[in-house]
Design a protein around this ligand. Structure first.
Ligand SMILES: [Zn+2]
Ligand SMILES: [Zn+2]
Length: 325
């Protein structure tokens, strides 16, 4: 539908992929994780990068940035919806190239990005799918991006991102944020909710559109996750880009997001798992206390995890240069 009006667009690269959200919010999928470029396409225009995808994708991110904003394009800032490895994978390489670009994250996320704390470990027994079973091999940090990391000001405004409001949407990660632009009701939800079934290898491979709560294996506070989805549904967004899955717009978005919020308990919260009955307790220093791991299905999970983890690693298209670091 949007493609009919190509001449009105500042640049034909906008809305050319199912991950683009609006004319000035372009999306890029890195294997199965999305990141976004906020800015009106055009040589030298200001822009902000939201998230940094999987390791090995720095080259593709720079290429897309240059296609949108011209040769040598460098963002005014990088904003992280949260610091999980699949959203910060290319960050180190990008920061090397893009000197002095600040990295904004919620203050509750800062300890995991500055070497102070690891994340609460993933729960491989949850979710029932191959990615959950392999999740125990996922790195949980601590990562250290040093003095480039800045806490987002408490009012939720980032000076490099005028018109956008930062909304704290915890649950999947303690300092998880979403970004909302009131004037056209555009939302970048991160992993607060997603638009594919991250627990199904087939859905991930085909990117079939399905609304889901946050990826279960990392979610460490389900009550907060439920409230966060309600907060985002209450904003009545007209277009959304999420961390996993395609962008969705209009009436379809409103129906499906409200349905997700109304049925979150039954549809998104797993019946058993480490963080289901008790959340991980965290503060500005990182982990304070954690529930003990559930023994449910752990041995099966480990078996599957070893198999799938090996496959995942073997087919991961990380560039050799990043593996060599
Ligand atoms: Zn995540
Ligand atoms: Zn994610």
């Amino acid at each position: 539908m949007e493609a009919q009006n190509d001449l009105d667009k500042p640049n034909n690269t906008a809305l050319s992929s199912p991950y683009d959200v609006t004319d000035d919010v372009a999306g890029l999928k890195t294997l199965m994780v999305n990141l976004f470029f906020i800015g009106i396409p055009g040589q030298g225009n200001p822009w902000v990068l939201v998230d940094a995808g999987l390791p090995g994708y720095a080259g593709q991110i720079k290429k897309k940035a240059e296609a949108l904003f011209g040769p040598g394009a460098k963002p005014d800032a990088i904003v992280l919806t949260h610091g999980h490895f699949d959203h910060t994978g290319a960050l180190k390489s990008l920061l090397k190239e893009w000197s002095e670009v600040p990295v904004y994250a919620h203050s509750l996320e800062v300890p995991y990005l500055t070497g102070k704390s690891s994340y609460p470990p993933p729960d491989p027994a949850i979710g029932g799918g191959f990615i959950s079973y392999s999740s125990f091999i996922f790195p949980i940090g601590p990562d250290d991006f040093g003095n480039r990391v800045r806490a987002i000001p408490t009012g939720g405004q980032i000076s490099e991102l005028p018109g956008w409001q930062v909304i704290h949407t915890p649950g999947h990660a303690p300092g998880h944020i979403s970004l909302f632009r009131q004037n056209d009701r555009t939302l970048i939800a991160g992993d607060a909710f997603i638009t594919t079934n991250q627990n199904s290898a087939i859905s991930v491979a085909t990117q079939r559109e399905e609304f889901h709560g946050p990826p279960a294996y990392f979610t460490c506070d389900w009550n907060a996750a439920r409230q966060s989805v309600q907060t985002l549904a209450d904003l009545n967004p007209l277009a959304v880009g999420t961390g996993h899955g395609v962008s969705v717009r209009g009436y379809e978005l409103q129906i499906k997001l409200n349905h997700l919020a109304d049925n979150f308990e039954e549809q998104s919260i797993p019946s058993e798992g480490r963080y289901v009955k008790q959340a991980a307790i965290t503060d500005q220093t990182g982990i304070v206390d954690m529930p003990t791991p559930t023994s449910y299905n752990v041995s099966r999970a480990v078996g599957w995890g070893l198999l799938m983890g090996t496959l995942l690693y073997a087919f991961w298209p990380a560039s050799q240069d990043e593996r060599d670091h």
